[in-house]
Structures are given as C-alpha cells and as structure tokens.
Design a protein around this ligand. Structure first.
Ligand SMILES: Cc1cc2nc3c(=O)[nH]c(=O)nc-3n(C[C@H](O)[C@H](O)[C@H](O)COP(=O)(O)OP(=O)(O)OC[C@H]3O[C@@H](n4cnc5c(N)ncnc54)[C@H](O)[C@@H]3O)c2cc1C
Length: 244
C-alpha cells in the first residue's frame, strides 16, 4: 500500500521571539533577562529587528533556546536513516518490532512512479516482499512465536522503501544547519521535500530567524559542493576570485 507524506508541527516554543531577544540582550546588558523580556514584549517589531540582525550575524547560541517538534509520516526508512544522522536532535520512531507490517506501506520514488514499466516492476517487488513477510510471521506463529518476537526477525525482509513515522525535535540553531544541508539540491529528493516543508512551517512561525534559512549556499554566497556537483544557483567555491 502506498503511503502519503505528512509533516506537521506538534509543538513550537511559546513566545519564541521574546525568548531569543531576551537571551541575546542578556549577553550585552547589565540588566536581567527577566526584566528585559517584560520590557521588550511591548515592542515586538524591535524584538524582530534585533533577532533578525543577530541571526544574520551568526550569533547562534541564543537560537538554541527555541525548539520545534515535528510529526513526520509517510516517509521511507531510507529517509529516516538519513534524518537520524543529525545528532543534535531528539527522535521517537515507529517500531518495526511492536508494529506488525501487515500490510506494510511504502514510498514510490517519483522517478519510478512516472514510468509505467518501472512502477509495475516496483509494485510487484513490494507485493512479493509482503508475501514473504506474511509467510515468515505465519511460520513463527506456527511455532508459537508471536508479537514483537516474530516481527523483529520477519522485518529483515522489509525494504528501505517501507514507510515510517517519526517525531523529531530540533532547536533553531540545529534546524538552520539541517536546512543548510538538506534543502540543498545535493540532498536526496525525499529528505529535501521534508526539509522544505519543515522550513516553510518554521518561516511561518518565526520569520525573523528562518526567512534567511535554506540551502547553505544562500548564507555562504558560494557553493561548497564543487564544480562537478553544483546546481549553479551560486558560483562554485573554486571559481571565485579571492581578494585581500
Ligand atoms: C548531501 C549529503 C550526502 C551525504 N552522504 C553521506 C554518505 O554517503 N555517507 C554517510 O555516512 N553520510 C552521508 N551524509 C551524512 C553526513 O555525513 C552527516 O552524518 C549528516 O549531514 C549529519 O551530520 P552533520 O555534521 O551535518 O551535523 P549534525 O549531526 O546535525 O550536527 C550539527 C553540527 O554539530 C557539530 N557536531 C555534532 N556532532 C559532533 C561531533 N561528534 N564532533 C564534532 N562536531 C559535532 C558539527 O558542527 C555539526 O555540523 C550525507 C549528508 C548530506 C547532506
């Protein structure tokens, strides 16, 4: 059964702008962040302007106080493997031990979905995998082995295409880094789709921080991926003339 992508915000730190503002100002103020927060709440525009400047200048530690939690579903295990490589984050992923994969949902890459022959071959493979999985869990059941003890070994035949759901929490600093890597055209289409949707929702909630976020070349002003891999949006690093 084919699966559909969902990316939803479960939680975003309340009063995010005021919090980042107070944290930034504490660095340069003889006052106390608690008082700064109360005083600044009268002027959200001032907060936004200040936070925008600070984020653009790369003063990133105040951004760590604000976090966002996303529910992500209808993504492949190939994607979640890439996602969880980002270490400064918290994850809770659907278990293939406790959740039986009958029927298992799967992702069809667009390059395969749009070619009738390849799509037919792909679906047939998924059907055969489902059949193998079901026969294995049945064989375990015949031996009196059920639940996670059967699922945990039967799952070895499942493909990377198998759909998964995952909850991820990142702070704003890590999110900006994540978008830098995963909104880049070098990232695979599936994680790029997810990253684009996450960025869209972050921009809506906290534009002062996220309006400049995106592929890392936007902030660098050049593409660090090399001439062979660059998408051409920015000049490749090697082609830039350095001036002192
Ligand atoms: C296009 C693309 C292709 C990739 N291809 C491959 C591949 O072929 N094989 C593969 O194995 N991986 C691959 N990766 C994954 C990549 O190597 C990283 O594992 C992934 O980007 C997450 O790590 P990160 O450094 O970006 O930072 P995160 O884990 O998100 O951490 C954020 C930042 O914190 C700092 N940090 C975190 N942990 C440490 C630490 N232990 N020590 C020092 N600093 C730390 C670093 O500054 C880091 O950039 C690929 C990633 C991308 C974007």
């Amino acid at each position: 059964m084919e699966s559909k992508l969902r990316v939803e915000v479960l939680d975003f730190t309340d009063n995010a702008l005021a919090l980042i503002y107070a944290a930034c100002r504490q660095c340069y103020s003889a006052g106390f962040a608690g008082d700064i927060a109360v005083e600044s709440s009268k002027d959200p525009q001032k907060q936004a302007d200040f936070v925008r400047q600070v984020a653009a200048a790369g003063h990133e530690s105040p951004l760590e106080h604000v976090k966002c939690t996303f529910a992500i579903g209808g993504v492949s295990r190939a994607l979640t493997h890439q996602l969880v490589r980002h270490r400064l984050a918290s994850y809770s992923q659907q278990s293939q031990r406790y959740v039986k994969a009958s029927p298992f949902e799967y992702i069809v890459p667009p390059s395969i979905d749009t070619d009738a022959d390849m799509r037919a071959m792909y679906i047939e493979t998924m059907d055969r995998i489902q059949d193998s999985y079901d026969r294995l869990t049945q064989a375990f059941a015949d031996k009196g082995i059920k639940g996670e003890r059967a699922n945990q070994d039967a799952r070895y035949v499942l493909p990377q295409a198998a759909a998964s759901s995952i909850v991820v929490t990142m702070n704003c600093r890590e999110l900006i880094h994540f978008f830098g890597e995963r909104c880049c055209s070098r990232a695979q289409w599936e994680i790029r789709n997810v990253a684009d949707k996450m960025l869209e929702q972050c921009r809506q909630r906290l534009p002062a921080v996220f309006e400049g976020a995106g592929p890392k070349c936007l902030n660098l002003g050049f593409c660090p991926e090399g001439e062979k891999f660059t998408c051409g949006r920015m000049p490749a690093k090697q082609t830039m003339k350095h001036e002192c």
